[in-house]
Design a binder for this molecule. Structure first.
Ligand code: AMP
Ligand code: GLY
Length: 426
């Protein structure tokens, strides 16, 4: 397992459940992963060293969690050595690592997404923003750790955002090219598919909570909670997403010579004109993975290994437990701004005994005296239950029980769903 965040802990947990007798290794594992896998002291970004290590050990399957090593070509390196790897090539990962590439691909394939233009010159970008007016969205084209998209309610903010990217290089190389796009309205939906490049297996759609504050207020974060299933989803919507978004995108990548093998993440906005793509990612979402994998009744290992070995997923299906899952992320006070690390964490043993509760670690590490915090998003507590309300209660019981100094979490994960139920809407 390459990567050491909450997503990777969850993937590792599921793969281990699928194949308890297999031997697992993880790059610089966090406190939770260290209990499930032997640590490999190579950084997730050191793709050359990892390929060499995996070749020496004849590793049967390597799963790459984060986008950065994929964009840096880790999957290409592994495939060149004949090592099975789950994750797209660097060329296919451009669907995430270059927003301008993703937008042009969608435009060419007729995939619904926000109208946009790409700029490298400040004056031209500013003229276009003045012409379009606010609200408007400014995005650094390259990888910016989820911080490169700025939704601007006022024209002045947008003018400043492009100035910061194209003149002050606030996002470094990632912001030398800027996408200016139409602001869409609607609820967001995360749709993940496991794909061999042609066929795909759709996982249970989920909804992320990116803002730091209750009721989706305040600055964007990496994601402070998620839930699944989402009641806005019905077979008609999924058919539309598959036919209008996923199929044409996969075909366009294939005809570019960049067939996508791995997990394709479609971030959608459900607008009144139908689903439109906000962004694509070339890997599982974090923390959506923590919500959906505890509901997956069938194997994850089987489709991952099939894809990594160049096989077809056309005969595979995914089975899901009934009921729902709610994931609450416990963060360090101050996140997404600056925060302190090294706070001792107390995990009551009762949490591990509860079959409806899962604690997935992210920014944690084992120190001499036990587990301590080491990141902004420290861990995620997923509750499952017969209903989403049960799952939410469970998740909050777990979130309350974990202790560390400066613990912060949202208590309202899934609130749109509960508001929908009360209003009697679908
Ligand atoms: P991204 O980094 O592209 O995932 O964007 C981060 C967040 O910004 C998304 O999850 C949306 O909430 C918001 N966002 C991005 N693009 C748009 C858009 N065109 N219209 C409205 N909101 C957007
Ligand atoms: N949860 C959003 C992401 O993984 O990009």
């Amino acid at each position: 397992m390459v990567g050491n965040g909450g997503r990777e802990h969850t993937l590792l947990w599921k793969l281990k459940a699928d194949s308890p007798s297999a031997e697992f290794f993880a790059t610089q594992p966090n406190g939770g992963m260290a209990a499930l896998a032997e640590g490999v002291e190579i950084a997730p970004g050191d793709t050359e060293a990892l390929a060499g290590w995996a070749a020496a050990r004849s590793i049967d399957l390597t799963v790459v969690g984060p986008e950065a090593p994929l964009a840096a070509g880790i999957a290409d390196r592994f495939r060149n050595k004949g090592l099975p790897v789950f994750g797209p090539s660097a060329a296919a990962a451009r669907i995430e690592s270059s927003k301008s590439y993703a937008k042009e691909l969608m435009r060419g394939a007729g995939v619904p997404t926000a109208d946009f233009r790409v700029f490298r010159e400040l004056a031209a970008a500013q003229d276009y923003i003045r012409e379009q007016g606010a609200p408007i969205v400014i995005k650094a084209s390259g990888l910016a750790a989820g911080k490169g998209a700025i939704v601007c309610d006022r024209e002045e903010e947008a003018l400043q955002a492009v100035r910061e990217m194209l003149e002050d290089f606030r996002f470094g190389e990632a912001g030398r090219e800027v996408v200016v796009e139409e602001c869409m309205r609607g609820e967001e939906l995360s749709v993940f598919v496991l794909t061999d490049g042609r066929e795909f297996l759709t996982l249970l759609p989920s909804q992320d909570h990116k803002r730091v504050g209750e009721g989706d207020t305040g600055p964007n974060t990496g994601g402070l909670g998620a839930y699944a299933p989402v009641s806005l989803v019905n077979p008609g919507l999924m058919q539309e997403v598959e036919e209008r978004v996923l199929l044409p995108t996969l075909r366009a990548l294939e005809s570019d010579g960049s067939a996508f093998q791995g997990l394709l993440y479609a971030g959608l906005m459900l607008t009144h004109e139908g689903p439109k793509v906000v962004e694509f990612n070339c890997r599982f979402g974090d923390p959506e993975t923590q919500a959906i994998l505890p509901l997956l009744a069938s194997s994850l290992l089987e489709p991952m290994a099939t894809i990594a070995e160049g096989g077809s997923v056309s005969d595979l299906t995914a089975r899901w437990h009934s009921g729902g899952a709610v994931t609450t992320v416990l963060a360090s006070q101050g996140y997404p701004g600056s925060y302190e690390k090294g706070k001792p964490i107390h995990l009551p043993p009762s949490l591990a005994d509860d079959p409806n509760l899962f604690v997935f670690q992210a920014g944690t590490r084992s120190s001499g005296d036990g587990l301590v915090t080491s990141g902004g998003r420290v861990l995620a507590v997923t509750g499952i239950g017969d209903s989403l309300a049960d799952a939410s209660r469970k998740s909050l019981v777990g979130a309350d029980a974990v202790e560390f100094e400066g613990k912060y979490f949202r208590t309202d994960i899934g609130w749109r769903e509960f508001a929908r139920d009360e209003a009697g809407r679908p």
